[in-house]
Write a protein that binds this ligand. Structure first.
Ligand SMILES: [Zn+2]
Length: 153
């Protein structure tokens, strides 16, 4: 039996989307990459053509990275800080190296995760507020437009 085409899934399950996001793969097909280079988001999937141009992860990946890496380093901070046999300079160097390695590893994965979750939920943040300085983007859910606009009657 032939496998289904990559873009055949209309709405993949959330856990599949999370797994694909952490792998920095397209949440729709799981084949194309969501990032090029270290952190640059691609405008569309190179495999299925899914549009990512309206998705912005903003500070989400940095926030998640700080939460995970910070909590991961906390025990080492206590252990190295209390051990008087370890010179302070080596404790600082070890903590800095662990922090840099953790951030380097986590940040692109969390960016992929946020892109995938924003794609899945449609929570792009566009048109939440009808800011007068921002033109209408066209990505809005029209039901929210109806709520904000006065009726013609
Ligand atoms: Zn794709």
């Amino acid at each position: 039996m032939q496998p289904a085409p990559a873009d055949a899934q209309a709405n993949p399950p959330v856990m599949t989307v999370i797994r694909r996001g952490l792998a920095r793969r397209c949440p729709n097909c799981g084949e194309g990459a969501t990032l090029t280079g270290y952190l640059t988001c691609v405008p569309a999937c190179g495999s299925c053509g899914e549009d990512f141009s309206h998705i912005s992860a903003d500070d989400g990946p940095a926030w998640a990275t700080l939460i995970v890496v910070g909590h991961g380093l906390a025990p080492f901070l206590v252990i190295l800080g209390r051990d008087e046999t370890i010179p302070v300079w080596s404790a600082i160097a070890a903590l800095a190296a662990m922090m840099l390695a953790g951030v380097w590893w986590c940040l692109p994965r969390f960016k992929g995760l946020f892109i995938a979750l924003i794609w899945r939920t449609g929570a792009t943040g566009e048109d939440v507020f009808d800011h007068p300085a921002r033109p209408h983007s066209g990505h809005a859910d029209h039901r929210t437009d109806d709520v904000r606009r006065p009726r013609d009657s």
